[in-house]
Design a binder for this molecule. Structure first.
Ligand code: ADP
Ligand code: MG
Length: 575
């Protein structure tokens, strides 16, 4: 960056009536009031995606108190808070209410506090990465509107959202504290042998299936049953009590509509921290807990599904199983072993979304179809070994099948949204009505064959160089992979469908995963396991920031930290 130019208003006046392309002159570094505006890329026409800009406000000008940003956790939460503040101000102050030409746009965010690249707080400045649509009339520049946008509206947005004394200090403080508390609680789970914690008073139900805000009418806050209540501490030492779900096999039972799935979904999302007011601020799950479901039609490439599936009539090798169109049971078997391979120590399953034939096999079916003709070993026979041999706990919601009562360490009953411990009753039921099912808990889970990504071929043929400029020829993939919305990653001509991953929560995570998939391709040496590769890349991102995933094509502000589990899961869904 050179010395910023100070004559933005003047340059803009000269552009009046020019064709839109003349906006290219804005590329570069400008001083606007007491901040810097860096125009990285100018859109080629009014209908193209808006121009990419960065705004740097010196720390001394912004005046954010040191205690909010003096740790990595503080900077993550503060960056998230400022992203929301800037987005709100941009929406409220932009002409057109932010739609169409002449708007300032910040990435949209949900209920989770995530490490994001939209606002970066370094020792010198607060840097915001956003988009601006430069105003046009047809294909001509509207210079006066542009001048107003960049030299009046933008400074107001900055003033309102990045200058501490104009912000709601209490809300800012709460945002950072809430994040620190959640991280502090999560750090206690393993030492307390818990897989999850749901604080008393937590509000789990959401406004609707499509809205992630809390249900406001008649929500019943969670209340922990006495014998499952644990006490953990917040970051300042205050105690907090709630339902502790221990390691092992936990089954959640209850009548339909009594809140079982809602509890499980809250646990799925509990791998992330939530904004104050969400209701799930202190619903905290181990960071590597993985939701597993049936996903028929997904691709499977070289996954070891042998703990669940062997001796297929086709003779296919189930230690290295591939298909472009998996059935419900094979897809779920693959997702389960892939989760274990990724290091997940907790599996979250809901009977509503599982393949019944992978979960259980009843006595009558065993009588009718002898075991040696059945390729599937159901999950109920593996769930104990999974914990005993691999240390992988399971939390499972079941409404229709009692088979899991025999193998559960803990049974939680949901009754009109109230949780109680039904373990003793379940044991009695198991004794009174023997299922006759051989659950064979002595079976071992065994080692899984790990994925080893193939070595990158020479750069020219691979097509994705570090700078993202295609370096290839002959119909191979040239553009870097990119996220399309939340549920799709586009890699050349291939669309990788990640829409079934319920713990992928932000399109900026999808974008980050797209870039990580390219990095896996680029850095694989043919010997390192996928797990080692992903771990190395993620450690790099966590330490040096999301900007290590930047390349010239993508927007620098549209990245958020994904989990290792979703990176693995996306890798496995390539065809
Ligand atoms: P189940 O899986 O037991 O059939 P769900 O979890 O799907 O039940 O919940 C059924 C309905 O009850 C959903 O509309 C959900 O939003 C609502 N609900 C769940 N938990 C609560 C709660 N604690 N308070 C109020 N409503 C709830
Ligand atoms: Mg349900």
């Amino acid at each position: 960056m050179g010395t910023p130019r100070t004559d933005l208003a003047h340059v803009l006046t000269r552009l009046e009536g020019n064709s839109y392309g003349a906006y290219k002159q804005l590329k570069g570094d400008w001083r606007v009031g007491d901040f810097e505006l860096i125009v990285d890329r100018v859109q080629s026409d009014p209908y193209a995606p808006p121009s990419m800009v960065r705004i740097r406000v010196p720390r001394r000008v912004a005046g954010i108190p040191e205690h909010l940003v003096d740790s990595a956790a503080g900077r993550i939460a503060a960056g998230d808070f400022l992203t929301r503040a800037f987005g709100r101000a941009a929406r409220n102050l932009s002409p057109d209410g932010g739609k169409g030409s002449g708007g300032i746009f910040m990435v949209r965010v949900g209920q989770e506090i995530l490490q994001r690249s939209s606002v970066l707080i370094d020792h010198a400045a607060i840097e915001v990465r956003c988009e601006i649509a430069f105003p046009a009339a047809g294909r001509r520049i509207k210079a006066r509107a542009a001048q107003r946008l960049l030299t009046e509206v933008l400074p107001s947005v900055v003033d309102r959202s990045l200058i501490f004394h104009n912000l709601d200090a209490a809300a800012f403080d709460l945002h950072v504290r809430s994040y620190r508390d959640a991280e502090h609680v999560r750090a206690q789970l393993a030492t307390r042998a818990l897989v999850a914690f749901v604080a008393d008073g937590a509000v789990l139900p959401r406004a609707s299936g499509h809205r992630d805000e809390p249900l406001t009418d008649h929500a019943v806050p969670l209340e922990s049953p006495d014998n499952l209540r644990v006490t953990l501490t917040l970051s300042n030492g205050t105690e907090v009590s709630g339902l502790g779900i221990p390691e092992g096999v936990t089954v959640i039972v209850g009548g339909g509509y009594h809140g079982k799935s809602t509890l499980l979904q809250a646990l799925e999302r509990g791998v992330y921290d939530h904004v104050p007011g969400d209701g799930r601020e202190l619903v905290i799950t181990r960071v590597d807990a993985m939701a597993v479901r049936a996903e028929d039609g997904r691709a499977v490439t070289g996954t070891d599904v042998s703990p669940f599936i062997t001796n297929l009539p086709t003779g296919a090798d189930t230690k290295q199983f591939s298909t472009t169109n998996a059935s419900g049971s094979t897809s779920q078997a693959a997702s389960t072993t892939e989760a274990v391979e990724s290091g997940a120590k907790v599996l979250l399953l809901d009977e509503d979304t599982c393949a019944t034939n992978l979960m259980v096999r009843d006595q009558r079916m065993r009588a009718l179809v002898p075991d040696e003709h059945e390729p599937i070993t159901p999950f109920v026979e593996r769930v104990r070994a999974l914990y005993r041999d691999r240390g992988v706990s399971t939390v499972l919601v079941t409404g229709g099948s009692g088979a899991f009562l025999d193998v559960a360490d803990l049974v939680i009953a949901m009754d009109a949204y109230r949780a109680s411990d039904a373990t003793a009753r379940a044991r009695q039921v198991s004794a009174d009505f023997p299922s006759g099912e051989q659950t064979r808990p002595t079976k071992i889970f065994g080692e899984l064959r790990e994925h080893v990504p193939a070595a990158a071929k020479d750069d020219g043929a691979r097509g994705t160089r570090a700078d993202g400029r295609g370096g290839e020829r002959g119909g191979l993939r040239e553009k870097p992979a990119r996220g399309r919305g939340l549920g799709t990653i586009q890699r050349g001509r291939e669309d990788v469908d990640v829409s079934a991953l319920s713990q992928l929560v932000d399109p900026s995570q999808t974008e980050a995963i797209a870039r990580l998939l390219d990095q896996i391709d680029r850095t694989a040496v043919g010997q390192q396991s996928l797990n080692e590769l992903v771990d190395r890349l993620m450690t790099h991102v966590e330490r040096d920031g999301l900007d290590v995933l930047a390349h010239h094509r993508g927007h620098p502000g549209h990245l958020a930290l994904p989990r290792r589990q979703e990176v693995h899961a996306a890798y496995h869904r390539r065809r």
